[in-house]
Design a protein around this ligand. Structure first.
Ligand SMILES: NC(=O)c1ccc[n+]([C@@H]2O[C@H](COP(=O)([O-])OP(=O)(O)OC[C@H]3O[C@@H](n4cnc5c(N)ncnc54)[C@H](OP(=O)(O)O)[C@@H]3O)[C@@H](O)[C@H]2O)c1
Length: 263
């Protein structure tokens, strides 16, 4: 390649495509991004849909996003080192900065813990700097991930807590959605009606939380009239220990992330 690309995205799977779509939607020139993807049919699909260069071989670029499966990440990072990128952002769950820094000597590496709502531009991600990453490298990584949602900056030790909260969090919400739909059906609503109402309630409540400056506790108090229906429903949730169950869920998922990181 005569001209070095600004960005190579290695791994054109679900997370890779979400980032690609977000970057292009936010004005990054398709001509400056290259995608590395081994599957021929997928190469054609991504090239046609986004107008980017897609290659089966690693591409030379200043910046690299590593979005392959975690068990392949160290190997692909080491192969990428030959092309001497300046910066690498890894989105691989559980692959530590010591592994990434070891595979990419002298390179500014940033590790991210994203989550699946990134696939619809509503991700929550945390980023942590490797040994060679400076403020400008974190700015670069934040810019990339901001194209698919919100980004916070933390030290790597906090990423297990992030995994327990926002990494695994979408699954907790899906479980709550399932339960709300079943509860509506039990009350006699048709399943499609219960689904529409439950999904829109979760979306609407999340939107209220994210747009205003009122806390979750304030918003809950606003809809809880003394002696009313919501107070009765909330009483049942407290009786069943829902709050404690969520504390335990985040704590167990974070512990599991620590265990997996240590193995
Ligand atoms: N999906 C999410 O919401 C999510 C959330 C948090 C973190 N992540 C992280 O994002 C990373 C990707 O996850 P994903 O869900 O997007 O997985 P995925 O859909 O399987 O995507 C991985 C892609 O990388 C390709 N690939 C494999 N080996 C390669 C190589 N040597 N060079 C270039 N490309 C290669 C795969 O091709 P093949 O099909 O041939 O394997 C596949 O297209 C993972 O490390 C995961 O931990 C994902």
């Amino acid at each position: 390649m005569a001209d070095r690309l600004d960005l190579a995205l290695v791994g054109g799977g679900r997370m890779g495509e979400a980032l690609l779509a977000g970057l292009i939607d936010n004005g990054t020139a398709a001509g400056r991004i290259g995608v590395v993807e081994p599957v021929t049919a997928r190469q054609a699909e991504l090239a046609e849909k986004y107008g980017v260069v897609v290659s089966g071989e690693l591409l030379a670029a200043d910046g690299v996003i590593l979005a392959v499966k975690p068990h392949l990440t160290a190997e692909v990072a080491a192969a990428m080192a030959v092309h001497s990128p300046s910066r690498v952002l890894s989105v691989a769950a559980g692959v530590t900065l010591s592994v990434l820094d070891g595979a990419l000597p002298g390179v500014a590496v940033v590790r991210a813990m994203p989550n699946t709502p990134a696939l619809v531009g509503q991700g929550a991600a945390a980023i942590a700097p490797g040994a060679n990453a400076r403020g400008a490298d974190m700015d670069w990584a934040e810019r990339l991930l901001s194209s698919v949602g919100k980004v916070v900056r933390l030290d790597e030790e906090a990423l297990d807590a992030v995994t327990g909260l926002s990494g695994s969090g979408p699954a907790y919400v899906f479980l709550i959605a399932e339960a709300m739909i079943e509860a509506g059906v039990l009350q006699g609503l048709a399943r499609d009606v219960a689904t529409t109402l439950a999904v829109q309630t979760l979306l609407g409540a999340s939107t209220l939380l994210s747009v205003g400056d009122r806390s979750a506790a304030d918003l809950r108090a606003d809809v809880t009239s003394p002696g009313g229906t919501t107070a009765a429903g909330l009483r049942a949730l407290e009786d069943r220990g829902v709050r404690a169950a969520i504390l335990d869920a985040v704590s167990r998922a974070a512990d599991r992330s620590r265990e997996l990181g240590a193995s």
